[in-house]
Each structure stands twice: as C-alpha cells, then as structure tokens.
Design a protein around this ligand. Structure first.
Ligand SMILES: C[S@@+](CC[C@H](N)C(=O)[O-])C[C@H]1O[C@@H](n2cnc3c(N)ncnc32)[C@H](O)[C@@H]1O
Length: 415
C-alpha cells in the first residue's frame, strides 16, 4: 500500500490552472493510497450502526469504548472538524487511519489567492437569481476553467440547471456557451434568464463531443461526471468538472474508469455526500441533527406497523424538509401517504425518546465511517483523473472553493 510519506513527497507545490504539469505518479499514488485505505476499511465503511448492537468492525479494532464514552462536545467537535480534528487521544489504529486519510485528502487549492479579487468585477444585473453560495462557486470555477475554455471549439455546460454558470461563461468569454439540461422546468427558467439551452438527458442521449471542445459541469451529479470524463477522453476535448452526489447512478455499483480497485457499491457512495459543517445549506447543523433523530423515530413507528423497512425509506414520497417539522406532523404526513392510521400520541412520545438515545449512540459509532467519506470522494476524483492521463490528457485536481461555499468542492481540470 502507498504510504502517507509517499503522498507527502509527491504533493504538488505548484498546483493551479496556470501551472500545468504531468502528474502521472502523483495522481496514481493518490489513487493507490485512497484505494488502499478503502480496501483496508471496507468493513468500517459498511458498518452503519443500526439497532442496538455495535458494528463488529469497530469492536474488532478496539474503537468502541473510546467512541461510546465521548461527551457531546467532543462528538460535535469531531463531526464538525472531521479529519482536521485532534484525534491524538483515539486508539492508535484509529489515529493512524485519520493520518492516512488526511494525506490522501490533502489536495492543492486551485484558486489560491484568486477568490474575492476576481469576483466583484463580474457582478452584473444578469446574475440575478443566484444565491451568494452559487455566485461564489461560479466565480471560483470560472477562474479555474477559463484558460481551457478560451481556445476551445464549442463550450458545453452539462447539467446546466438554471444556467447561471452558462451565462457567466458566455459573458466572460464573449462567445456562445450551450447548456445541456434534462429538466424541462429548469431549461425554461434558464432560457427566460437568457442563453441557449438544450433539453437532453445526457445519460440516455449521449454526449457527442468533438476534438477541441470544452465540456464543463458544476455539481454534475454521479454518473454524469463519469460520462463527461469518458467522452472528453474519447473525443480529445477539454474538461472542467466539479462532481457531486456520487451515488446518483443507474447501476448498483461504480466500476472505476481507470485500472483502479475497488468497485464501490452505489449505496456506499452516498456516504461521500456527508456534510458536517456548522451551517447546512437549508438548515443549521442543530436542526439537521434533530431532523435525523425525528426520521429515526418515524422509521421505528413504521417498522412497528408494517415490518422491516430500509433506513431512509421512511421518507419515501416526502420532501426531506418534511423532517424539519415537529415529530407529530412528520408522522401524520408519512402515515397518511401510506394510507395508515396515525399512531397514538403515547406511541409517538415513546418513539421520540428511543430515537434521541439511539441517535446519540449512532452519531458516536458513525464517526470512523464519516471520516472515510472524503476518501471515497477523492478516490473517484483520482480515478477520473488517472483515466484522462491514460488517454494522454494533462490533468490538475484540487479544491476549488471553501467547504463553507459548498462541501462538494473537488475539481478536475484537463486539456
Ligand atoms: C446539482 S445540479 C447543478 C446545476 C448547475 N450546474 C449549478 O451548478 O447550479 C445538477 C443538474 O444536472 C441535471 N442533470 C442530472 N442528470 C442529468 C442528465 N442525465 N442529463 C442532463 N442533465 C442532468 C439536473 O437536472 C440538475 O439541474
């Protein structure tokens, strides 16, 4: 297995879009290290605490006592800071896993010094409808990708959504950019704000690029990112990609594009979407934690009524924001959707008490698993990058904006 020191030694010091470099060894060793870490901790990744038992993977490593005894403040600190927290008091094998994961995930900053300086000059009326977070993402991503887009043949924005990035690139490059989007309502809204958009499902209809094209995607979800990378390699197009929601795939598993192992179950890839920061996109961290406990209570009530149910299925047919209402309202809505009689107030109270305790326990036992979430993300990033390199493309990978702007902030830029 590639060690931490191998990676530290091979860490690029001069990363950034202006300093293109062939990084075959660097990317390959990052990929190997991520794969090694995932392979050595497959049982930890699979160990989603459920029921009253302790996952065998944690017991076998001697981690359970340390985790179970953590106070609330420590759990908060470990959840928020993740790999950056001080894990020195943890059992040695857990601290070693953290050190390895830190090294694997230590990617360069692609926009070092650029953010903030560039953004205000580009604030225009046409940027209406963007949230401050989306504007910050676009400014950073544009800074990284403009060098490859400038000389491209056609420029295509995949999964263009409301078209904010599409319009911004058009304005900065003073040339047409085509947005591809499968959601009819989004293309209609995007067109009303200005720009050219085609309604297409890229997974179904394909992505016919030509040599010299530039394909970009900001938060192009799951399989979409893989299709973009494959097409860019095959047609010798440039690509700039920030992926997200790696679990959004048609298959049950993701087979690496490069020669790498392992094949990752789609369900497991959902773990890479974990957000631990203080403020969520829609709600505060405290609200999100309370909502998770409510979902657990709802899950228990449904299991009591209908029998075994996959965790997560309790929200089937409901928007996830529904879990931010009080528990009684959530239960009423979920039971109504299933045409079931609503449980008694006493049953709801009992489920609530049980869920709070269970949630506190599960948070502690989930910490090691959550630490590996970013490793999964880096593995997919490095796999895509190595695939492009194997097709003789130049590739840079790194962090494109701070986690506070979006936790899905890993970019790949290739020409
Ligand atoms: C997370 S959103 C990002 C939108 C936009 N790029 C942004 O940053 O605001 C992903 C977008 O990709 C679109 N999308 C997902 N799968 C697609 C597919 N197979 N073909 C085309 N668009 C797709 C979704 O409808 C959604 O608008």
């Amino acid at each position: 297995m590639t060690t931490v020191m191998d990676i530290m030694d091979s860490q690029p010091r001069d990363a950034g879009p202006a300093s293109w470099h062939r990084a075959a060894m660097r990317l390959a060793s990052r990929l190997a290290a991520a794969a090694g870490l995932i392979g050595a901790h497959r049982d930890v990744l699979a160990a989603r605490p459920a029921g009253s038992g302790v996952p065998a993977a944690l017991d076998a490593r001697g981690w359970t006592g340390f985790l179970a005894d953590l106070g609330d403040a420590s759990v908060d600190a470990f959840e928020i800071a993740g790999l950056d927290a001080d894990w020195s008091a943890a059992p040695p094998s857990l601290a070693a896993m953290v050190a390895e994961a830190r090294a694997v995930c230590a990617v360069p900053e692609l926009t070092e010094g650029a953010l903030g300086r560039d953004a205000p000059r580009h604030r225009r009326a046409s940027r209406r409808g963007e949230t401050p977070r989306k504007s910050a993402q676009i400014d950073a991503f544009a800074w990284v990708l403009l060098p490859i887009a400038r000389d491209a043949g056609r420029i295509v924005d995949v999964g263009s959504g409301h078209g904010h990035l599409t319009r911004e690139l058009e304005a900065r490059l003073a040339r047409p950019v085509l947005g591809l989007e499968r959601d009819v309502r989004l293309t209609a809204r995007a067109r009303s704000l200005g720009g050219a958009f085609a309604e297409t499902d890229v997974l179904r209809d394909g992505l016919p690029l030509e040599a010299g094209d530039c394909v970009v995607g900001l938060h192009a979800c799951g399989e979409l990112g893989d299709v973009m990378v494959r097409s860019a390699a095959e047609h010798r197009a440039s690509i700039a990609l920030v992926g997200c929601c790696l679990q959004k795939r048609r298959d049950d598993a993701r087979v690496p594009l490069s020669e790498a192992e392992p094949v990752l179950a789609t369900r497991l890839l959902g773990l890479s979407n974990l957000v631990a920061r203080e403020e969520g996109v829609e709600a505060s961290r405290a609200d999100n934690l309370a909502a998770r406990a409510r979902r657990l209570a709802l899950h228990r009530l449904l299991v009591e009524r209908v029998g075994p149910l996959r965790l997560g299925a309790e929200m089937d047919g409901l928007n996830r924001r529904a879990a931010h209402a009080d528990l009684s309202t959530l239960v009423e809505r979920a039971f109504a959707r299933r045409a079931l009689a609503v449980p008694s107030a006493a049953d709801v109270r009992a489920a609530d008490a049980w869920a709070r305790e269970e949630h506190a326990r599960a948070r502690r036992l989930s910490l090691p698993r959550a630490l590996l979430a970013r490793v999964l993300e880096v593995f997919v990033l490095a796999d895509r990058a190595c695939f492009l390199e194997a097709h003789d493309r130049e590739v840079v990978v790194g962090r494109v904006f701070p986690a506070g702007v979006s936790a899905r902030n890993l970019a790949l830029v290739s020409r």
